[in-house]
Design a protein around this ligand. Sequence first.
Ligand code: XMP
Ligand code: MG
Length: 183
Amino acid sequence: MRAADISDDISEVLLTEEQIHDKLAELATQVVADYDGREVVLVGVLKGAVMVMADFARHLPVHVSMDWMAVSSYGASTRSSGVVQIRKDLDTDITGKHVLIVEDIIDSGLTLSWLLENFASRGAASVEVLALLRKPDAMKVEVDCRYVGFDIPNDFVIGYGLDYAERYRNLRDVAVLAPHVYS
Ligand code: XMP
Ligand code: MG
């Protein structure tokens, strides 16, 4: 049996790999200027932010450390449950550190607002957020996100780390999932 092509499950490419890389380079320049020599702990939110972290971090010409957190807010569905649970905590003590949370997407904002509160309670010197994507029409809570790559329409998207039922993370672009896949 032959595995099906990913391209059959896409209705539209929203952002190409090149657009994404250009944007991450731009955000990296901003981050370097803003932190002005203060060392940052990049915290990637697994698993969706893996690609963003890998590409964004390599645009930084300064010292950073990287850590990862895994939280659950989505199962194999396309809607936020609003329930956040830590599946893997940080290995780093972030007390007194400048933390930059690296996210793939802000949808309802529930995951991030929870994370921001959680990190603040650990005594970080500062906590900011970088998200490649944001869906303004889906947001249920206000979250302060300093670095946003792209505002996108309220469609379920896949690719560049983003999954549907664990598939499509390996797609290079960000694309809209074809409705035949989930309906
Ligand atoms: P909330 O709603 O809490 O969602 O802001 C945050 C997390 O949900 C996942 N998410 C998506 N994953 N396509 C995906 O593949 C999407 O369109 C989508 N919207 C939300 C994602 O992991 C994000 O960190
Ligand atoms: Mg995520």
